[in-house]
Design a protein around this ligand. Structure first.
Ligand code: SF4
Length: 270
């Protein structure tokens, strides 16, 4: 590893600050997939409200799949991009129904990681980050979702090069990270990225990683590098929108009990 410290050491340090993060499963994989789609380009509060409204309006995924698009759109309107998300959700449900004859992704739990990832990536509109979210949060498999925080910190810590794109980072970071540490690595990096290693004006003076971080006190005041800007453009133009899964990942990673309760609802059975 270019950075010269181990992932285990990094996780241990961050766990010392934020507390241990034991691996947790967050409910059915299909629920997680739909919740992740609803989390695109909106806040935690709005995406969770959209999920709740959808459950109230249409109590099964079959009903969601068969409903007139307008009915789904009205239910999820508070989450924004209702028309686009309705198209995505109904297309995913139709694809699963056509392939499996039922609306469930539970079978993926019995598949090896790469086979399960392959299946998810073949679904309409599902990219590497969404697939990794479902694999890690809902199936307990060692896939690493790389959101904007994980991507930024991994570059600042020289775990990956500055030029590595978010999509490329999935495979590279997964190869670096011992499987059992993938979940704590992911959620701790997000928390650290939100609280200390922020995109703009990272708080290096208060950072527990400062003595091992090659970027300590070297990040420009704006905090946004050329690579950050090119990555933003890449996310906007990718199969997966930039904010994909941000809210779900964040909700599951943060420490507040209120946030955990909200995120847990996405794991409810339908
Ligand atoms: S030392 Fe600064 S740049 Fe490095 S991880 Fe900490 S806050 Fe981020």
């Amino acid at each position: 590893m270019a950075s010269g410290f181990s992932i285990a050491a990094l996780v241990e340090r961050l766990s010392g600050v934020y507390g241990p993060r034991p691996w947790k499963r967050w409910g059915k994989p299909l629920n997680g997939l739909i919740a992740t789609v609803l989390s695109q380009h909106t806040s935690d509060v709005n995406s969770h409200a959209a999920y709740r409204n959808l459950k109230r309006a249409l109590s099964t995924w079959r009903q969601v799949m068969l409903a007139p698009p307008g009915k789904v759109e009205r239910a999820i309107r508070c989450g924004g991009l209702a028309r686009q998300k309705t198209r995505s959700i109904q297309a995913v449900l139709r694809a699963i129904q056509a392939d499996r004859g039922t609306l469930s992704l539970d079978f993926l739990a019995r598949k090896p990681l790469e086979k399960a990832r392959e299946y998810l990536l073949a679904l309409p509109g599902v990219g590497p980050k969404t697939a990794a979210c479902v694999l890690m949060f809902n199936l307990g498999k060692p896939a690493l979702p790389v959101d904007t925080h994980v991507h930024r910190l991994a570059r600042r810590l020289s775990l990956i090069s500055e030029q590595t794109s978010a999509n490329e980072a999935h495979a590279r970071l997964e190869a670096l990270c011992p499987p059992k540490l993938i979940y704590p690595f992911h959620v701790l990096l997000i928390q650290h990225g939100r609280q200390v290693c922020r995109a703009r004006q990272p708080r290096c003076d208060a950072c527990v990683l400062a003595d091992i971080c090659p970027s300590a006190r070297k990040v420009p005041l704006s905090g946004e590098s050329q690579t950050d800007r090119s990555q933003s453009s890449e996310f906007r133009n990718s199969k997966e929108p930039r904010a994909l899964a941000r809210a779900v990942i964040g909700a599951r990673a943060t420490i507040g009990p209120r946030t955990r309760r909200r995120a847990g609802r996405h794991g409810d059975e339908r």
